[in-house]
Design a protein around this ligand. Structure first.
Ligand code: E4P
Length: 216
């Protein structure tokens, strides 16, 4: 399973990259706004900066919702760097645009996916990635992990090539569960990635080893 970081914060991207386990980055308009990125030039520069840090896929989301506008915007985003993957929302015009991008050699990440039906449509349109939002599903008292498992089963059975990019990750357990049920990628906040490191017995064991090392 690949690890992406779900942020537009350059310091956090660098920290995850320096850990040596980072395969890519996902952003969205909320994450970009949080970093104060405003206007076309600043947006392009920010994606360039991210691509400088990470040698892997970087999802850049379109802001348009109309078919022709999505295509125009997606072409501009894809031209920024070969690692840019155009992130397109799961709406009717979005699916049509994903098919256009697929036919024209531009890779896409279909975002805001909350059902297996939507995941089938994204795969049929040729999306490189499909992004089911686990945490937001959990928030509605459904099981986000179950959706990942269902999509994984369908994609395997049907031979779809689209990669399942589990999104809206809230904790380290989500990451473990995603790996268990067959997600191809997990995009996580830095805290969730670092959460994988933690175990109290590791801390207790290390403290004891360091104590005993003084007797060596
Ligand atoms: C990723 O591609 C999504 O934009 C992101 O994971 C959404 O996460 P959130 O539900 O924590 O906002």
């Amino acid at each position: 399973m690949k690890f992406f970081i779900d942020t537009a914060n350059l310091a956090q991207i660098k920290e995850a990259h320096d850990l040596g386990v980072l395969d890519g980055v996902t952003t969205n308009p909320s994450l970009m706004a949080k970093e104060g990125i405003k206007g076309d030039a600043a947006i392009i520069k920010h994606y360039e900066d991210i691509c400088e840090i990470v040698d892997g896929d970087v999802s850049a989301e379109v802001l348009s919702t109309d078919y022709h506008a999505i295509i125009e915007e997606g072409k501009k985003l894809a031209a920024i760097h070969p690692n840019i993957v155009v992130k397109v929302p799961m709406i009717k015009d979005g699916v049509k645009a994903i098919k256009w991008f697929t036919d024209n050699g531009i890779r896409t990440n279909c975002t805001l996916v909350f059902s297996a039906g939507q995941a089938i449509l994204a795969a049929k349109a040729g999306a490189a990635y499909v992004s089911p939002f686990i945490g937001r599903i959990d928030d509605t008292n459904w099981d986000g992990i179950e959706l990942i498992a269902q999509i994984a089963q369908i994609y395997t059975l049907q031979g779809f090539k689209t990669e399942i990019l589990a999104a809206s990750i809230r904790n380290a357990l989500h990451i473990v569960k995603c790996a268990e049920v067959g997600a191809n990628v997990c995009t996580c906040p830095l805290d969730s990635i670092l959460g994988l490191l933690k175990h109290p017995l590791t801390d207790i064991g290390l403290a004891k080893f360091l104590e005993d090392a003084k007797k060596m």
